[in-house]
Ligand binder design. Structure first.
Ligand SMILES: Nc1nc2c(ncn2[C@@H]2O[C@H](COP(=O)(O)OP(=O)(O)OP(=O)(O)O)[C@@H](O)[C@H]2O)c(=O)[nH]1
Ligand SMILES: [K+]
Ligand SMILES: [Mg+2]
Length: 424
């Protein structure tokens, strides 16, 4: 196994930069550069010396194999975060026999291979590193801490027991079965199925927390939609003018509302029009607004054509500075209340989120539910189908195992690690 090294902190000027080394040579390299190896998990100040030159004064931390992030012997060098220091230390590391630069995600990959993290935890780690909002951070941390694996293990144990009970009856096929196991089997399947259905129902909310919500501002031309977007964004993202039909393309602005990642969409004013280009803009507006998670109808003088509010959609009068209740993108009146309302609507969606956060998880859960339904069907068909019922339950178990990467893992790894950068 190669010993790998990389800059683990971000590139560029900083107070401190962290270089990480993992593999069999990690501690020996520390000895070469620092003169001695500090006791594990105890930070020690050392001069880094290579080629007769002092490179920097570093805080050195080592971890023993079996007690580190990767599961291998690890060393971390906290150096002064200058481009020149990092370069000099990287050069010194590159000159050591048996060391090579880590590939993107390679530290985490080793953690997975050594059983320090399961596949879902690796995904949680990737999400945590990418997290930009409070809700993303909380959710990613829950996944990183192993929440999916813990739940999956409970479900798995129940289904394995159900399959074992059924298999036990197969051996008695020709005789009277000593006890009827069907009630217990059905109970176990029902418990797991109920949990998985809840997870599936909450997966859309969890995926929204991860990927963000879309909120579309719609309404008649000249209602002040673009002015409102600019006010919410705090910058001139969209062109505004007194000419009705100014906005044609959908303008996107990313922001955080109530701790959630939100993409606000400014859209073309909705009306009947002879103008070919404006009509294309209106079609886009309607399509994007329909696909969005929430719509804010900003009302003006004209009627809204082609789209009407539904469900949680917000309807609010614009240009409230000219009189009446509502919001004004021009003066900021009512904007805080509008943001609070959007936040409340989106937060109510996130309440249903369970532990699964990705399409991959949802598909695995759906596979398991499907297999459990086949099992129930086979059980209904009587004891002569017991073998098939047990096989269906084993398929359900495999679905749960794929959640944490116990099966079907190889083809997923490249995809998952492609989102990691070097040093992670
Ligand atoms: N008094 C007042 N005028 C506003 C307000 N918001 C926008 N306006 C004015 O109304 C006109 C239209 O504003 P826009 O933001 O371009 O309206 P829009 O809804 O994006 O228009 P389209 O993109 O053409 O559909 C401009 O002249 C704005 O200055 C407001 O809150 N109060
Ligand atoms: K306009
Ligand atoms: Mg506009």
């Amino acid at each position: 196994m190669d010993t790998i090294y990389a800059l683990a902190s971000a590139r560029g000027k900083a107070g401190v930069a962290v270089l990480r080394i993992s593999g069999p040579e990690a501690h020996r390299v520390v000895e070469i550069l620092c003169g001695s190896v500090p006791p594990p998990r105890r930070a020690a100040l050392r001069q880094l010396v290579w080629d007769g030159r002092v490179l920097d004064e570093a805080l050195v931390l080592v971890f023993d194999a079996g007690a580190s992030f990767t599961g291998e012997a690890v060393a971390e060098l906290q150096v002064h975060g200058s481009v020149a220091v990092v370069q000099a230390v990287m050069r010194a590391l590159g000159a050591q026999a048996g060391l090579r630069l880590a590939e993107a995600g390679e530290f985490t990959r080793r953690a997975l291979e050594n059983g320090c993290l399961d596949l879902a935890q690796v995904e949680g780690l990737a999400d945590l590193i990418d997290s930009e909002t409070e809700a993303q951070r909380r959710q990613a941390l829950r996944v990183l801490s192993g929440a999916i694996g813990q739940r999956a293990e409970l479900w798995r144990a129940k289904l394995v027991r159900a399959a074992a009970l059924i298999e036990a009856t197969i051996d008695f096929a020709d005789e009277d079965v000593p006890v009827d196991v069907t009630p217990e089997v059905l109970g176990l399947i029902a418990e797991v199925e109920a949990d998985l259905r809840l997870e599936r129902a909450g997966s859309a909310a969890a995926e929204r927390i991860r990927d963000g919500f879309e909120v579309a501002i719609v309404g008649p031309p000249n209602a002040g939609k673009s002015t409102l977007l600019n006010s919410l964004a705090g910058r001139e993202a969209a062109i505004t003018s007194e000419i009705a039909g100014t906005t044609r393309d959908v303008i996107e602005v990313r922001m955080e509302i109530a701790g959630l990642a939100v993409t606000l969409l400014d859209t073309a004013g909705l009306r009947e029009t002879e103008d070919k280009v404006e009509r294309i803009g209106i079609e886009r507006a309607i399509a994007r607004a329909q696909a969005a998670d929430l719509r804010v109808f900003l009302m003006g003088d004209g009627e809204v054509v082609g789209l009407s509010p539904a469900g949680d959609d917000i309807v609010v009068q614009g240009k409230s500075d000219l009189g009446g209740a509502g919001v004004s993108g021009k003066t900021g009146q009512g904007i805080a209340e509008l943001i609070a309302l959007i936040g409340a609507r989106l937060s109510s969606v996130t309440q249903g989120a369970g532990v699964i956060t990705r399409e991959r998880h949802r598909l695995a859960v759906e596979r398991s539910i499907g297999a459990m339904e086949s099992a129930l069907h086979e059980i209904e068909n009587g004891p002569q189908r017991a073998e098939f019922a047990a096989e269906a339950l084993r398929r359900a178990v495999r679905g749960l195992e794929s959640l944490v990467g116990r099966v079907d893992v190889e083809n997923l790894l490249d995809e998952i690690f492609s989102s990691f950068c070097i040093g992670k």
